[in-house]
Design a protein around this ligand. Structure first.
Ligand SMILES: [Zn+2]
Length: 111
């Protein structure tokens, strides 16, 4: 269901909440605030956005890696923070590898 941020009302005051910002760990996060009781809330949408922002803050923009020989194959190791953010320890995690010769790029997506 799509969330209508503008019509989100304060549970106590029954008046529409306004967009505000919350500072956490030096980062600005979008939240909603009641103009009357000053109660601040995160909608599910905003909470998910905030989590994604925090997580991406842990990651570097680029990692330089060398391929590693594993038996007859070649592998690549993931840095710890990448492993954590993308939940690579979960045995159910499936990665899709898209090699593109024209772009000279190998893209990894999650199934
Ligand atoms: Zn209120």
């Amino acid at each position: 269901m799509e969330e209508n941020k503008i019509s989100k009302k304060c549970i106590d005051c029954k008046i529409p909440m306004k967009k505000t910002f919350v500072v956490y760990k030096g980062l600005n996060f979008e939240a909603l605030q009641c103009p009357k009781c000053k109660e601040k809330i995160f909608t599910e949408n905003l909470a998910l956005k905030a989590i994604a922002k925090l997580e991406s803050e842990k990651l570097k923009e680029e990692y330089i890696k060398r391929p590693i020989k594993i038996g007859h194959s070649w592998g690549l190791t993931f840095p710890k923070e990448v492993t954590d953010v993308f939940n690579l320890r979960n045995p159910k995690t499936v990665l899709k590898i898209h090699p593109s010769v024209e772009k000279y790029k190998i893209e990894i997506n999650f199934k």
